[in-house]
Write a protein that binds this ligand. Structure first.
Ligand code: DOR
Length: 457
């Protein structure tokens, strides 16, 4: 099967070029093919931009065990619509994915059900060090240094030291300090206004845990990715690390010797504590939303490279669950279906460039997790592609969401910029509102010998 995409503006790491792209079977075969090249299908993409498919390195897709909220079929359809061609899923399913056997079970579910490509993290517990040391076919190890949805938690210093000292896979973590959160729960007990969530999971909780995790990574010289940075303070800690100042003197300043990366999510970039009044518990997330000033500081950190990745933390719960009174309401919101559109809207607003969006959502996550042949448009790479219309004005509607939970915090919000067609390994999986449910993705390959973001070209 050969598909020729003509007349698109193609986004490469080096810039945007108007050039044709030929996919052959699962791969990108030729860039700028000869004018007489023929194909089984020719797509006239005049006026559209061609991007590598988005790689979302932080999603919660709920299968197995919580499939009333989402499952790998519904979630992957939402991905296809959103231009996300590869997802990396978190281990807080039921059972928690904490052994190779449970990881393999998830890979088998995904092979059967997922329209897009996939990978699954192994979850750390205080007792599964041997499983973490042996794990394979995974992007890495996820530690909940503070608890969130579910019961995964490793807060004990000795257990954390051993994980960082004795494992070799890249590590990533949910950083909110458990004792700070617990103390704040007592302090604010009885307050039912969801806005208190940001006082319970406060700036200190995030910064204490992020500092602690970076300290572990630096002392053990272990690759580490900070998930969902939510505060300006954490961005400043990352700045100190990259500048090699203070406690990070001698580390971080030399890009060749760096091993820490970080991520921000659309909700922490675009929403803040003022949104509780409008959204109520729909805006309840872990880490919590912070201030408008934190929004601004996270954008700054993305632009100046202290944060390298944008991912969603897609965390679906049913509307019925979300509408329970706080604190019975669960934390999390679905985003994967709209993340690229939300970021294209920021391109329209002039907050960032399209090239930056591709850098943060496609190229950087592939490099952080050593994903083979993905993340950019290059000959020989997988034909995971998305066509976007930068000028399309559209409104997010709950009724049109493909995520099983059927809602979005951006319901009723008008955006400019929309993914319109998506290909996974050369097969069209989404076009103008319709998914091709017969397409199946494949397991992403992780070549950890590459050494991660800072080692890659
Ligand atoms: O708000 C959140 N919800 N944050 C997390 O880290 C987990 C997620 C979930 O799984 O619901």
């Amino acid at each position: 099967m050969r598909t020729l995409i003509k007349n698109a503006d193609v986004v490469f790491p080096t810039g945007i070029v108007a050039v044709s792209v030929l996919m052959e079977n699962e791969r990108i075969a030729v860039i700028d093919p000869a004018i007489h090249t023929t194909a089984d299908e020719t797509v006239d993409a005049t006026g559209l931009h061609l991007l590598p498919g988005v790689i979302d390195d932080q999603v919660h897709f709920r299968e197995p065990g919580l499939t009333h909220k989402e499952d790998l079929f519904t979630a992957s359809r939402a991905c296809a619509k959103g231009g996300v061609t590869t997802f990396l899923e978190m281990p807080n399913t039921i059972p928690n994915a904490t052994t190779q056997e449970l990881l393999d079970a998830k890979l088998a579910f995904a092979a059967e059900k997922s329209l897009v490509n996939y990978g699954f993290y192994i979850g750390a517990t205080p007792h599964n060090l041997e499983d973490l040391k042996r794990a394979e076919n995974t992007p890495g190890i996820k530690i909940f240094i503070g608890s969130s949805t579910g019961d995964l938690l490793v807060d004990d210093q000795e257990a954390l030291e051993r994980i960082f000292a004795e494992t070799t896979l890249p590590i990533t973590a949910h950083c909110e300090d458990e004792s700070t959160v617990r103390a704040n729960v007592e302090r604010y007990r009885g307050i039912a206004d969801v806005a208190v969530h940001s006082k319970i999971r406060d700036v200190a909780a995030a910064t204490i845990a992020t500092r602690r995790a970076i300290d572990l990574a630096v002392r053990h010289r272990h690759r580490f990715h900070v998930l969902h940075v939510s505060t300006g303070e954490e961005a400043d800690i990352l700045g100190d690390y990259f500048a090699g100042v203070g406690e990070y003197a001698g580390v971080g300043a030399d890009p060749a010797r760096r091993f820490i990366t970080a991520e921000a999510c659309p909700h922490h970039l675009l929403l803040n504590v003022d949104d509780y009044a409008r959204l109520g518990t729909l805006a309840q997330m872990n880490p919590s939303l912070k201030s408008a000033d934190d929004n601004r500081r996270l954008w700054e950190a993305l632009r100046d490279g202290r944060i390298q990745v944008v991912a969603t933390d897609h965390a679906p719960h049913t509307l019925e669950e979300k509408r329970r009174p706080y604190p019975q309401s669960p934390s999390g919101m679905p985003i994967v279906e709209n993340s690229l559109a939300l970021m294209l809207n920021e391109v329209h607003r002039g907050r960032c460039s399209l090239e930056q969006v591709v850098q943060w959502m496609c190229d950087a996550p592939a490099r952080v997790w050593d994903i083979v042949d993905k993340g950019r448009i290059a000959v020989g790479y997988d034909a995971d592609l998305v066509l976007v219309d930068l000028h399309c004005r559209h409104t997010i509607r709950n009724a049109e969401q493909l995520t099983k939970c059927g809602w979005s915090a951006w319901d009723g919000v008008e955006l400019v910029g929309l993914p319109v067609r998506t290909w996974v390994r050369g097969r069209e999986v989404y076009r103008d509102g319709l998914t091709n449910d017969a397409v199946r993705g494949a397991a992403a390959q992780f070549d950890h010998v590459r050494g991660g973001y800072w080692s890659s070209v």
